[in-house]
Design a protein around this ligand. Structure first.
Ligand SMILES: *Cc1c(COP(=O)(O)O)cnc(C)c1O
Length: 456
């Protein structure tokens, strides 16, 4: 795709940095989606951020709808989080010994979620990998069940695509993952109870765990159908497998108590293990996994399942996470809900007016806009999400960027808000939507006319 984003806005500094970066970093980025490959154009190199706003290397300002892909629940450079971090840094940045903030952050997580014990790690990927090892160690079984379209970090066993049919073992989703790493993974369509029942009927006594996003946000937001998570928890329990809920994205974001706060908490069930990351690190590399005391007691040094990390529970990172969670009050979640409602309504109105097929889906305070109507008016799984018109999204994305709104550079992501998204930030988004919707409509009509075979 061409640099359609670079027509009006000066992006020369970002372009220069992108050229330099590509000389020394593969693709010029430290994580693939940042490269804008799905939407084309030059990735913006960010110089600084404050509240709801990002400033790029050319001095352009954008309302941030990524929030570091979820973590920045309170917006960027929150003064109280900054102050706590500055004090922590002054006390030294890593000791390789237990610390006060990690105990306090663990207490805060235990108070908000169904877990009794947590172990800190440095990334969501590491948390998923460790939770699966623990589930295998506890059950003495090897097979892992996951859903297509759910992302749990770049864990070998979970970078898997469905095999040739239901209840067949998976194939690697990327070069570099050996077939042996995914041959114990089963991949099922999300929200499909019959598929879950079928694999448990066939392989139940070999399944160590089923891992799922508490509400998938990595194929766009696809909420579990009512009772689906409870059904998963009960099915696992009936077969002696562990139910592992990945709340890396939803935790402390979908609600104060994560997505579990929207279903398990009132329905009276809890996952055996929960995976956390993003918000709980307050913008630093921190993640965790936790669960029932009897399950977590299998972890070294209490139990035999080995797991460790030089920077795990790092005092600066856990201080940032603790400050963030302490400030994540009911008012914060109420604000995310009301700002989200305003943006969702405006996006629906603009896309409807422009005649662009779309669908807005939510899970608690999380939401995303699909550039498809799904099937039967909903996106329920990865196959539905794949109906998205990525070309229309790219046109929409660039029009929003040109108007000063930084959306995720991929059609399959949630739009993340923060408590710092005030009236001015929300208004900037509302003002940008109609022209962006028109740009999406135009890309669709261009595509239609270019595929028409009849001579004019
Ligand atoms: C982001 C994410 C991860 C991976 O976390 P990293 O810190 O990027 O390794 C795992 N699971 C879910 C649901 C995520 O959204």
């Amino acid at each position: 795709m061409t640099d359609i984003d670079d027509i009006d806005t000066d992006t020369s500094a970002s372009r220069g940095l992108y050229d330099r970066a590509r000389e020394v970093i593969p693709g010029g980025v430290s994580s693939p989606v940042r490269a804008f490959n799905a939407v084309g154009g030059t990735p913006r190199f960010i110089r600084s951020a404050a509240g709801a706003w990002l400033t790029d290397a050319d001095g352009n300002e954008y309302v941030d709808l990524i929030c570091s892909w979820g973590p920045m629940l309170l917006g960027h450079a929150h003064p109280e989080v900054q102050a706590a971090v500055a004090e922590a840094v002054a006390r030294g940045t890593s000791y390789g010994a237990p610390t006060i903030p990690e105990v306090e952050l663990a207490e805060e997580i235990v108070a908000r979620t169904p877990v009794d014990r947590v172990r800190f790690v440095s990334s969501g990927t590491e948390a998923s990998m460790s939770a699966i090892r623990l589930a295998r160690g506890v059950t003495g079984r090897d097979v892992v069940v996951k859903f297509a379209g759910c992302y749990h970090g770049h864990v070998d066993a979970l970078l898997a695509s469905a095999g040739s049919g239901l209840a067949t073992f998976a194939v690697p989703g990327t070069p570099g993952v050996p077939a042996s790493a995914t041959e114990l993974t089963l991949v099922l369509p999300y929200n499909d109870r019959a598929a879950v029942e079928a694999v448990f009927a066939e392989h139940g006594d070999r399944i160590a765990c089923l891992v799922t996003e508490a509400a998938p946000g990595n194929m766009g937001v696809v909420p579990p159908e009512p009772g689906f998570n409870q059904f998963l928890a009960e099915t696992c329990s009936r077969h002696g497998a562990l139910f592992v809920s990945d709340e890396v994205m939803t935790g402390f974001r979908a609600s104060k108590h994560g997505h579990w706060g929207l279903d398990g908490r009132s329905e009276g069930w809890a996952p055996d293990l929960t995976i956390f990351g993003k918000v709980m690190g307050g913008g630093f590399p921190a993640a965790a996994f936790g669960g029932r005391a009897d399950v977590m007691s299998h972890l070294a040094p209490e139990g035999p399942v080995y797991q460790a990390g030089t920077l795990s529970g790092n005092p600066v990172a856990t201080t940032a996470g603790l400050a963030t969670l302490r400030l994540a009050t009911d008012e914060v979640y109420d604000h995310l809900t009301s700002a989200g409602d305003t943006i969702k309504a405006a996006a629906t109105e603009a896309l409807t007016a422009a005649g662009v097929p779309h669908l807005v889906q939510s899970a608690g305070t999380m939401f995303s806009v699909f550039f498809t109507e799904g099937r039967d008016g909903a996106v329920r799984d990865f196959a539905d999400a794949s109906l998205t018109d990525a070309t229309a999204y790219a046109a929409f994305f660039h029009a929003m960027l040109e108007a000063g709104v930084y959306l995720p550079p991929s059609a399959y992501e949630a739009w993340f808000l923060s408590s710092a998204h005030d009236e001015r930030a929300v208004q900037t988004i509302l003002d940008a939507l109609p022209a962006a919707a028109a740009a999406a409509a135009q890309s669709q009509s261009r595509l239609q006319s270019s595929t028409k075979e009849t001579p004019q």
